[in-house]
Design a binder for this molecule. Structure first.
Ligand code: ZN
Length: 218
């Protein structure tokens, strides 16, 4: 095993190991918080990332996609609706479908996406809800973004995020489809998410232990 002493981007821990996969990519796996990050030299350009994302058919006309978003909102947001008047869909993608559904629930929603809607409309604002669906796996500097989002929440605000946590059996990481998406560069365990939230005055309000992670302010 090759050890790695570059500090972890989440917890600054220096104890880690390198994982080299069959497709010759190198990942750092932090022994302290569990964070796994793709080595910088494999990170694709923004143009390539944009092209790859545009291959997804995530539009309002894709019934399966819209049903999935409705299910997410009905399960995780609707029960809180009384307290949610404003939202930011962070990383909304090329067609901000979620914001349209939130509008339909009477929630005023801003959108931001570093590739498709790069205007920082959130500057100087605070939100009751921030959604970040399938965003965290794309982040080169997740702690910075987490800090930004924490700062944009009202004191009772909720951050509703989805990202797949990596398999409990790390031996499965190599063949995991989520890893093999060229735009996915950061991977989390439940422990990593706890470190991230604690580092920014947040805590995990709910996690399904797999994909859905809801954070609130402490
Ligand atoms: Zn770490």
């Amino acid at each position: 095993m090759i050890t790695d002493n570059i500090p972890c981007k989440i917890c600054s821990g220096r104890a880690g190991r390198l994982i080299t996969t069959k497709d010759m990519k190198t990942y750092r796996h932090c022994a302290n918080c569990g964070f796994i990050s793709l080595d910088l030299r494999h990170i694709v350009s923004r143009d390539r990332e944009r092209e790859r994302i545009l291959l997804h058919d995530n539009t309002i006309s894709d019934k399966g996609y819209v049903d999935m978003l409705r299910g997410f909102l009905n399960t995780y947001v609707a029960p809180l609706r009384g307290g949610i008047k404003t939202a930011l869909d962070f990383g909304c993608g090329p067609d901000p479908v979620l914001s349209k559904l939130l509008y339909g629930m009477g929630i005023t929603t801003d959108v931001y996406d570093r590739l498709f809607f790069p205007e920082k409309v959130y500057s100087g604002r605070k939100y009751d809800l921030i959604t970040a669906l399938e965003v965290m796996e794309h982040l080169e500097h997740p702690m910075d973004v987490f800090g930004l989002l924490s700062g944009l929440l009202n004191s009772t605000g909720i951050l509703a995020a989805t990202t797949l946590t990596y398999p409990a059996d790390i031996g499965e990481f190599e063949n995991w489809w989520y890893r093999r998406d060229i735009t996915h560069i950061s991977f989390y365990s439940g422990s990593t998410l706890e470190y991230m939230s604690a580092g920014h005055g947040m805590r995990i309000r709910f996690s399904d232990g797999k994909r859905v992670h809801i954070f609130e302010k402490k």
